[in-house]
Design a protein around this ligand. Structure first.
Ligand code: GLY
Ligand code: MN
Ligand code: MN
Length: 444
């Protein structure tokens, strides 16, 4: 018998916090549709972050209905036990064991969802549900809302109002408490170590793919369930393709490597980027760009504390990176004009960071919904700080020595009551630390 991944108390505590805000509304979250290729080959399944956040239940085809203050309050629909299917696809808890082991009020076979859902929605103030994640579930919910309206007879009541569950739960997920941070720290630690091992393994002649496979081995060896997102392993000018996906070229002498990769632990992911020379020694031009970006990244991290608008970090990155572009002679003119006309985006086309948690681009609002003002940083938030500079290989505006250099440095920052903690501090980024590690041989 498999067991829940974590102590189920964590999920009950989360539900208690969410219940207060939910009032008399009902919340539904369901598994994403399974991705099946060739009619039979299943791709690795990962539970929907919200469903996992509230239940700890990892199986596909599950639906969770949360009805605070009502009986039953926590209802989960799951796949039935099935000897044949379990021989092919592996263990299933089934309703009985799921109810007991996950501490839920009622657990039914998923086939009963259609029959039960109207009754479970009856008397609710509104429904929290995120559409367009699972089209089959969307159709079921749409039908349930219509059936519920009809079942109300001639009361004049309309359709139950539907609010976005992801936005609602995002405001809980954006602030990380001790249980979340334990997993998050572990993800950051194992990802930092995997990056260091990959640095030691790097040398000219190896390929991007070889390093990618090596990195995956390093995170999984340390307990990661999977990569937190599609890794980018980009040698030389490939680093200037922001979402480089091929990861299949040889690593060349004299070029840089940009690796943006992370492991996920108990549904929390890290998100680290490091850039370093494949042969272990920065050229002068590479060092100029690298040290420039590193200085900026550190100065942005330095100002992180509660009360600072997240937008200030974006602004600071744009300003300082544009100053660096001017120093490197990529542009002439005034910094503010370049930013105002968006010219700086030629070399820095992305934002400085994003919330991080169960999803790499994690849930949570960036603007205050009422005032439409940029949101201020709060204790318990985790986000990335990842400035970068990318000089295209064919950019005739740049001196030849800079062409094809792409640098991004990305760390994961936890906001504390008094400032911040860099959760990926253990991953080397100083020039001397990188040069001491690269190609020195991994301990595997
Ligand atoms: N790895 C995705 C990102 O940095 O946003
Ligand atoms: Mn990122
Ligand atoms: Mn990243």
């Amino acid at each position: 018998m498999r067991k829940p991944l974590e102590n189920i108390k964590i999920f009950a505590e989360r539900r208690a916090r969410v219940a207060k805000a939910l009032g008399d509304s009902v919340l539904i979250c369901s598994s994403p549709e399974e991705y099946i290729r060739n009619g039979s080959v299943h791709f690795p399944f990962r539970q929907d972050s919200n469903l996992y956040y509230l239940t700890g239940f990892e199986e596909p085809e599950s639906v969770f209905v949360f009805r605070p203050g009502k009986k039953p309050e926590t209802v989960l629909f799951v796949r039935q036990k099935d000897e044949t299917r379990e021989t092919w696809d592996g263990f299933r808890f089934g309703p009985e064991a799921a109810q007991e082991l996950f501490g839920l009020d009622a657990v039914y076979p998923v086939e009963e969802f259609d029959k039960q859902i109207v009754g479970l929605l009856k008397g609710a103030d509104s429904l929290y549900y995120r559409q367009y994640k699972n089209r089959e579930m969307d159709a079921k919910i749409e039908r349930a809302l219509q059936d519920l309206r009809v079942a109300q007879g001639r009361t004049g009541y309309g359709l139950l109002a539907v609010h976005d569950a992801d936005e609602f739960l995002g405001e809980f997920r954006v602030i990380k408490g001790p249980a979340e941070l334990e997993n998050h720290r572990k993800a950051c630690q194992l990802t930092s170590e995997a990056h260091l091992e990959t640095m030691r393994f790097t040398r000219p002649g190896r390929t991007e793919r070889e390093l990618h496979g090596f990195f995956i081995y390093q995170i999984m060896k340390r307990g990661a369930a999977r990569e937190g997102y599609g890794s980018i392993v980009a040698g030389g000018k490939n680093a200037c393709t922001l979402h480089y996906v091929f990861n299949d070229e040889p690593l060349k002498e004299g070029e840089l490597l940009l690796i943006d990769a992370a492991g996920e632990f108990n549904y929390f992911t890290s998100d680290i980027t490091r850039t370093y020379p494949i042969n272990g020694k920065f050229t002068d031009a590479q060092a100029e760009v690298y040290e420039g970006v590193l200085k900026i990244q550190k100065s942005i991290i330095d100002i992180v504390r509660p009360g600072v608008p997240f937008m200030d970090l974006h602004k600071m990155a744009a300003e300082q990176l544009t100053d660096l572009m001017l120093e490197l002679g990529l542009f002439s003119g005034r910094r503010d004009d370049l930013i105002q006309t968006n010219k700086h985006r030629k070399y820095y086309p992305h934002g400085v960071g994003h919330y991080l948690g169960m999803d790499v681009h994690d849930a949570g609002l960036y603007m205050d919904k009422k005032t439409q003002e940029p949101r201020k940083i709060e204790a318990g938030m985790v986000f990335t700080v990842e400035p970068g500079l990318y000089i295209p290989a064919n950019d005739t505006d740049a001196e030849a020595k800079y062409r094809g250099i792409g640098v991004r440095i990305e760390d994961n920052i936890l906001v504390t009551n008094t400032g911040h903690e860099n959760m990926t501090q253990a991953c080397p980024k100083e020039v001397s630390d990188l040069e001491a590690a690269i190609g020195r041989g991994s301990s595997l």
